[in-house]
Design a protein around this ligand. Structure first.
Ligand code: CP
Ligand code: NVA
Length: 307
C-alpha cells in the first residue's frame, strides 16, 4: 500500500487486514497505551475544507504513537492557487513523512499522490471518504462480528461518504442498498466499480428511490448531510427534495430489530437524522466517530510499514 486514496484500490484481504490491525491497536491503546511506532514521523495535514473528526483524530493518532502532525489550513497552502499541486507535493515530500489531504476536487488528491514521494491519504474529496469508511466498517464489525451477508442501507444523498461505504461494504461481502431521490444519484463510475467488486465477493446491491424499501431487513441504516461541503448554494433546493429520506423513528422501526444507525457527522439534526434516533438506542454515531482514531492508526501504520 503506497497511498490510501480509495477503498476500491485495496483487495478484500487488505481491507480486512487493516480492520484486524485497527482492532489490535485499539485494544493496545486502551490496555496500556500504544507503542511509539510512529516515533520521528510527522504527518502533514492539508485542509481545503473545515473538519473536526478528521483533523483531531489524525493528529491524536500520530501523537498516541509517538509521532507528530502539522495542520495546514486552506489560507496557508492555497493548493493549486498560490502554488501548483505538483510543487506542493514535491516540497512537502522533503519535510514530512506522509501527507493527509482534504480537498474539493478528487483529481487534486490524485495529483498530490502522483507527485509525492511520501504516502498520501485522502481525508475526503468530492468523490469519496475512504478513512470514514474504514472507521464505519470497524464499527459495523464490532457490532455484528466478522460476518458476510449483512444488509447495509444508505438513505439520503448518494455522496462521497456513500461511495466509500458502498465500496467497503461490497469488499467485505455485505449487501448494499441505497435509496436516494432522482437527480441525486451516485457517481456512475463509483457504481460501476462497486458492482464489479460485488460480483467478485457475492454481495447483493440495489439502487432504489424508496427509503422504506431500502431499510427492510437492514442491519445498518446510514445517512449523511443532504448538502455537502462545496454545495452550499444548492442547500435550499436540497432541503425541499430530501425530507422523505429523513432517518426518523418510523424508518428505523421498519428495519431489523437490532439495526444500528450510523452517520459520519457532522449531523444536521432533525434534517437527515432526528434527535430521537441520533440519541436513541440504535445509534452508534459516537463510537463510530471514535473509531476514526483507531482505523487511521492502522492506515498510518501500514503506510509507514511499522506494524
Ligand atoms: N466525518 C468527518 O470526516 O468529519 P469532519 O468533517 O469533522 O472531519
Ligand atoms: N458528505 C459530507 C461529509 C462530511 C464529513 C461532506 O462532504 O461535506
Amino acid at each position: 500500500m503506497k497511498h490510501f486514496l480509495a477503498v476500491s484500490d485495496l483487495s478484500s484481504e487488505e481491507v480486512q487486514d487493516l480492520l484486524d490491525l485497527a482492532v489490535r491497536l485499539k485494544k493496545e491503546y486502551f490496555k496500556k497505551g500504544n507503542r511509539p511506532l510512529f516515533k520521528g514521523k510527522v504527518l502533514g495535514m492539508i485542509f481545503q475544507k473545515p473538519s473536526l473528526r478528521t483533523r483531531v483524530s489524525f493528529d491524536m493518532a500520530m501523537r498516541h504513537m509517538g509521532g507528530d502532525a502539522l495542520y495546514l489550513s486552506p489560507n496557508e497552502i492555497g493548493l493549486g492557487k498560490r502554488e501548483s499541486i505538483a510543487d506542493v507535493a514535491r516540497v512537502m515530500s522533503g519535510y514530512v513523512h506522509a501527507l493527509m489531504a482534504r480537498v474539493f476536487d478528487h483529481a487534486h488528491v490524485l495529483e498530490l499522490a502522483r507527485w509525492s514521494s511520501i504516502p498520501v491519504i485522502n481525508g475526503l474529496s468530492d468523490y469519496n471518504h475512504p478513512c470514514q469508511a474504514m472507521a464505519d466498517a470497524l464499527t459495523i464489525q464490532e457490532r455484528f462480528g466478522r460476518v458476510k451477508g449483512l444488509n447495509v442501507a444508505y438513505v439520503g444523498d448518494a455522496n462521497n461518504v456513500a461511495v466509500s461505504l458502498f465500496h467497503v461494504s461490497v469488499k467485505l461481502g455485505w449487501n448494499f442498498t441505497i435509496a436516494n431521490p432522482e437527480g441525486y444519484d451516485m457517481n456512475p463510475k463509483a457504481v460501476e466499480i462497486g458492482k464489479k467488486i460485488a460480483a467478485e465477493t457475492g454481495s447483493k446491491v440495489a439502487f432504489l428511490r424508496d427509503p422504506h424499501e431500502a431499510v427492510r431487513g437492514a442491519h445498518v441504516i446510514y445517512t449523511d448531510t443532504w448538502t455537502s461541503m462545496g454545495q452550499e448554494e444548492e442547500a435550499a433546493k436540497r432541503e425541499a427534495v430530501f425530507p422523505p429520506y429523513q432517518v426518523n423513528a418510523q424508518l428505523v422501526s421498519e428495519a431489523d430489530k437490532d439495526v444500528i444507525v450510523m452517520h459520519c457527522l457532522p449531523a444536521h439534526r432533525n434534517h437527515e437524522l432526528t434527535d430521537e434516533v441520533a440519541d436513541g438506542p440504535h445509534s452508534v454515531i459516537f463510537p463510530q466517530a471514535h473509531n476514526r482514531l483507531h482505523a487511521q492508526k492502522a492506515i498510518l501504520a501500514r503506510l509507514f510499514g511499522v506494524a
